[in-house]
Design a protein around this ligand. Structure first.
Ligand code: ATP
Length: 244
């Protein structure tokens, strides 16, 4: 069962000139949950992730594990226990899976590690097993399937030992079989002790693996509930119909 609130987003807004990309958004994520963040194109999902992780400036408050991180740089938020991936995979194609993950680890360490780095080797070994990346550890990322490549970017986000990861479209470019396989791995990551905020357009993935789903439309939260309720919520259907 989910535990204490790990992430609290309180009245967060982001404005780009005259555009309010994120409009007074509030919700919490509890430890051990997989929470989906969905919404039509341009709803503000990536902008919200940028605000939470410190990549864009926002008003309102973001708390991680009860600590106000709103004024911290992205590096310091990594240090406090947040990891993230970015839309579209940016990996070092010529480097191996292991080397790509080390880059994530160095980046987190650069921010000031919160974890016990003497345990790194064990942690990484377990991480590769949880993600089922053992067999491809030494292969150049450029040779891997899209499904494996997405998992490598998840591994990189996990390398700094975050408590919470924010994943921006990890099923991008995957077919339904690969996406279902990714979903199983994300559940394993959660069972490994990492809370997940998942943005994706793959509705079957989101509704299948998430404990709760938050729906954004035009920067605002229009629904927040379990997948079964979201699936049949007329406001959600309307938001998707209105933009397609
Ligand atoms: P998608 O599903 O297409 O990735 P999204 O839900 O992630 O969309 P955002 O990319 O966060 O939506 O965009 C939200 C709104 O903010 C859109 O109206 C977008 O045009 C605007 N926006 C995003 N980034 C900027 C920026 N750097 N400057 C100005 N406007 C921006």
């Amino acid at each position: 069962p989910p535990g204490d609130t790990i992430l609290r987003i309180d009245a967060v807004s982001v404005r780009y000139g005259g555009v309010v990309a994120v409009d007074d958004v509030s919700f919490g994520v509890r430890e051990g949950e997989i929470v989906g963040l969905i919404g039509p194109n341009g709803a503000g999902k990536t902008t919200l992730v940028d605000a939470v992780t410190g990549f864009t400036s926002a008003t309102g408050r973001v708390e991680l594990l009860g600590e106000d991180v709103s004024a911290l740089t992205p590096h310091r938020r990594t240090w406090a226990g947040m990891g993230r991936t970015f839309q579209g995979i940016e990996l070092y194609e010529d480097l191996s899976v292991e080397e790509n993950v080390s880059v994530g680890q160095e980046a987190a360490r650069h921010g000031g590690a919160h974890a016990d780095w003497s345990q790194d080797e064990d942690y990484l070994a377990r991480l590769f097993t949880v993600l089922k990346l053992d067999e491809v550890r030494r292969r150049p990322v450029g040779e891997l399937s899209q499904g494996h490549r997405q998992l490598v970017s998840v591994a990189r986000a996990l390398a700094g030992r975050p408590k919470l990861i924010l994943l921006d479209e990890p099923a991008g470019g995957l077919d339904s079989t690969e996406s279902a396989w990714l979903g199983q791995r994300l559940r394993a990551v959660r069972d490994y002790g990492v809370t997940i905020l998942l943005i994706d357009h793959d509705m079957s993935l989101v509704l299948e693996i998430c404990d709760r789903v938050v729906v954004l439309d035009l920067g605002k939260v229009i629904a927040d509930g379990p997948p079964a309720a979201i699936r049949t919520d007329p406001k959600v259907t309307q938001a998707y119909l209105g933009t397609s």
